[in-house]
Write a protein that binds this ligand. Structure first.
Ligand code: FE2
Ligand code: FE2
Ligand code: FE2
Length: 428
């Protein structure tokens, strides 16, 4: 496996968030740009600018969980709730801890931050807050506000909301037409745009797996229906990989692919994920889109190589009846075939809030018939059936562990962060 850099993963997550809500398409991207640009303008160093950038790029991640929606720009509802949930999701990893703090306070008024022990951190939170506000003003209403109106509105904010250090920096910065060009150019490449301003962080190889578990949580925790799915798929895939004779390096990649396989679900609204059944055609299409989006996202992250193929082809079928590409058997590698069986196996055996998982007998029957009809690889299905008890035990253990993490996440947020660090060490 090649080196993977943190910012590349953050770009992928951010792009996924911007897919979810076409009403505000590009919101995270623009807030990331404005926050980073302001930080730079105010003379903060590269590490600070990097954290501002990451916070901006993912700041509303908590608004995509159950019962919260950022559609229609209704940001005044659930303001603290989505900020807290977002910071909880991101704060699970030490590399993102500081960005998580900024996310936590991206709607906190200055009057509540002004007395903070660390004034610099408070100011950085306020920068992300203003970056978000500027974008909301820019797009709110029929046609949004023009540049000058936004400048006037920002200048009018009292010290209760924004510290003058931040509003004055915005006033001088936004005078320049280049600032707006920077923000509005949809096609600019974030990587090159901020290359000299930011400091990317290499994710050490031995931490990549732990990192992928963290991503699996971000992907899965949006809905109680999917809360443990990715890790179930990952561990099932690893068991099948061992049985199929894959070496240790490949097994690791399998786990990584399993944890990331549904990353495109970040772009599916959570009410749809929560819908137990009775999807109409357009809803089904919207769910299917996760495979396409997932592929775009994972291909954008350099260094993942075959992990991307294995993860992105989990809904392809050997008889060409899968999606997103309808690939045929000769185009599907062993890794992809394993991922397909692991995904189906997990989906039918796992318990969901609205139904129990299938019995061993029924599971084997479904898998067998899918192999007989050319959907799944017959050899891998044989392995899955012959070793069902063992595979199922490992899957259940992994999903129980993920469920415990989900419970902590939902009910005891204070303990959530430290438990994640331990989990990462365990995984690494
Ligand atoms: Fe927000
Ligand atoms: Fe926002
Ligand atoms: Fe999927």
């Amino acid at each position: 496996m090649k080196d993977v850099y943190l910012l590349n993963l953050v770009y992928a997550i951010s792009a996924a968030l911007d897919y979810v809500s076409p009403a505000i398409n590009g919101h995270h991207r623009r807030v990331g740009i404005v926050a980073a640009a302001m930080g730079r303008h105010m003379g903060f160093d590269r590490a600070d600018v990097t954290d501002l950038f990451m916070a901006g790029l993912m700041h509303d991640i908590g608004a995509f969980t159950r019962d919260m929606s950022i559609d229609g720009l209704d940001f005044d509802v659930h303001l603290t709730a989505h900020a807290t949930v977002g910071s909880r999701l991101l704060g699970g990893h030490p590399l993102l801890e500081r960005a998580a703090y900024f996310v936590k306070h991206h709607h906190t008024q200055w009057k509540h931050l002004a007395g903070a022990e660390d004034r610099k951190e408070a100011i950085l939170c306020n920068v992300v807050n203003l970056a978000d506000r500027v974008d909301i003003l820019r797009w709110r209403g029929e046609s949004g506000h023009d540049r000058q109106t936004i400048r006037n509105m920002v200048a009018d904010y009292s010290e209760d909301y924004y510290t003058s250090e931040v509003t004055e920096a915005f006033a001088s910065f936004s005078e320049d037409a280049d600032f707006w060009k920077l923000v509005e150019d949809k096609d600019s490449d974030l990587r090159s745009l901020f290359k000299d301003w930011t400091q990317d962080r290499l994710i050490p190889k031995d931490q990549l797996l732990g990192f992928s578990v963290f991503f699996a949580h971000i992907i899965d925790f949006r809905s109680s229906h999917t809360a443990t799915h990715s890790q179930g798929v990952a561990e099932t895939a690893v068991q099948l990989a061992i049985l199929a004779g894959m070496d240790e390096e490949e097994q690791k990649k399998m786990r990584l692919a399993g944890n990331l396989h549904d990353i495109g679900k970040l772009a599916v609204s959570s009410w749809l994920l929560d819908k137990p059944s009775g999807l109409d055609v357009s809803e089904y299409e919207a769910i299917k889109a996760h495979a396409t989006v997932g592929e775009i996202l994972l291909r954008s992250v350099p260094g993942l190589s075959d992990v991307t193929d294995w993860a992105c082809q989990h809904h392809e079928r050997l008889n060409g009846k899968g999606y997103p590409h309808g690939l045929s058997a000769d185009e599907l590698s062993l890794g992809s075939r394993i991922m397909q069986v692991a995904d189906v196996h997990t989906a039918i055996t796992e318990d969901r809030p609205y139904r129990k998982g299938m019995s061993t007998e029924k599971t084997c029957k479904v898998l067998r018939s899918m192999a007989d009809n050319g959907f799944l690889d017959a050899d891998i299905v044989d392995l899955a059936i012959d070793n069902h008890i063992q595979i199922n035990a490992v899957r259940r253990l992994a999903q129980n562990r993920a469920a415990a993490a989900f419970k902590l996440f939902a009910e005891q947020p204070d303990q959530w962060s430290s438990s994640m660090v331990n989990l990462n060490m365990f995984e690494g």
